[in-house]
Design a protein around this ligand. Structure first.
Ligand SMILES: *Cc1c(COP(=O)(O)O)cnc(C)c1O
Length: 394
């Protein structure tokens, strides 16, 4: 075999196929709505992060087009050179007001925000203390830092205390990082307890609220607002790619932290800034959330409706406290087969397996949104029940 045939990758890919976990990435032939076109067929979409239906909302589209007309299609440079337009500044100001925090620094995505911020605010001699179920982008962001790391058991406050008692005195700064809402299970971090421990041990706190943004708190202000902890969390990360419907990420923090990030957060220095259309659409999204709670309310109402029906039908839907609804199948190959069978029934739910979640914890993760109709949700539950019985899951 020629070296360029990449035999080592061929073997690994074949192994995925042998294990029944090889994925063909689905191709969507329409906008991200409650129903999407796949292979020319309309199916109910139960796996987007488009919580509020903003991804194809006419108001956001109009704002995006207007921003293109005025500012063009590209930012033209990284933020720190000549990519920072007045609309970027305006969006940062609006988000800071929305989050009730001193300042906001905008990033290209939630992922690049974690990749940039964690490394910039920690250094050798510091310690990062992380929940074991934190998102991959936190783990990668942490790997870029020169600080030491420690992990505590998922949402286990006694274990967090143990780590702090053992390690706090050996380090300069200690940064406790947690997801606000855990994306695979839908449970909410015990933020009040984390903040109390952080204050007791003089640590900094960092909450990645990607799935809380636009979902929890007043009008979707997030997990910090949900617990009324304003001013007690040092860094709150949000994404603009999920409930906000577009793309982007941000950190809400003190002004001095923002100033430091402008000098040291590498995605701001080495990666081109968000295009005007994105920023225009996001300004409209913030405006809509400020105007009305109808979007977040509709999302929660649908989520409660669907969850009740699924648990009444006998499915194991875990202990989610948010619209994220995992439906546990456990076995990896069976999870893949379950998702395939649902698609045949006209319901699209993506399977979630290792390495996204632990081995043997396979699930399909249902994301109910504000724009699903009750009819679509009923039809989905019927399909779950049919396949669930066929595959002896319920
Ligand atoms: C989705 C997600 C991200 C990444 O956000 P993007 O804006 O999609 O890059 C980061 N953190 C958590 C917890 C997430 O769920």
């Amino acid at each position: 075999m020629d070296v360029h045939d990449l035999e080592f990758l061929q073997k690994q890919v074949q192994q995925l196929k042998d294990d029944g976990v090889y994925r063909k990435i689905p191709i969507i032939e329409s906008a991200n709505e409650a129903e999407v076109l796949i292979d020319g067929r309309k199916v109910i979409n139960l796996c987007s992060n488009n919580y509020l239906g903003f991804a194809n909302h006419p108001r956001l589209k109009k704002a995006a087009i207007e921003a293109i007309e005025k500012y063009g299609v590209g930012a033209g440079a990284v933020k720190t050179i000549v990519g920072n337009m007045d609309i970027h500044e305006q969006l940062e100001a609006e988000l800071a007001k929305f989050k009730k925090e001193e300042a906001v620094m905008l990033f290209q995505s939630g992922f690049s925000c974690n990749a940039g911020v964690i490394q910039a605010i920690t250094q050798a001699g510091d310690l990062i203390v992380s929940d074991e179920l934190n998102h991959a982008s936190i783990i990668d962001g942490t790997r870029l830092s020169r600080a030491d790391r420690a992990v505590y058991k998922h949402s286990d406050m006694a274990d967090l205390r143990r780590v702090l008692e053992e390690k706090r005195e050996h380090y300069q700064q200690v940064l406790i990082i947690t997801d606000g809402v855990f994306s695979m299970d839908g449970d909410i971090a015990h933020l009040p307890a984390i903040v109390d421990l952080a204050e007791e041990f003089k640590c900094l706190t960092y909450v990645d609220d990607a799935h809380g943004s636009g979902v929890l708190g007043e009008s979707g202000r997030g997990t910090v607002d949900h617990f009324h902890l304003h001013g007690r969390i040092d860094f709150t990360i949000g994404t603009l790619s999920k409930a906000f419907g577009v793309i982007g990420g941000y950190v809400a923090c003190r002004q001095v932290a923002k100033e430091w990030l402008a000098h040291r957060a590498r995605p701001l220095l080495f990666s081109t800034y968000l295009p005007p259309a994105v920023v225009g659409a996001l300004l409209e999204a913030v405006k809509m959330l400020n105007e009305s709670e109808e979007y977040t309310k509709a999302c929660w109402d649908n989520a409660r409706y669907f969850k009740t029906k699924m648990s009444d039908a006998g499915f194991d839907i875990g202990h989610s406290q948010t619209p994220i609804t995992p439906v546990f199948i456990f076995d990896e190959a069976k999870t893949m087969a379950f998702s395939k069978a649902l698609l045949q029934e006209g319901v699209f739910v993506s399977p979630i397996i290792f390495p996204t979640v632990a081995k043997g914890k396979g699930r399909v993760r249902v994301m109910v949104t504000a724009i699903h109709t009750k009819e679509q949700l009923d039809k989905s539950v019927d399909a779950f029940v049919k396949i669930g019985k066929e595959m002896q899951i319920i």
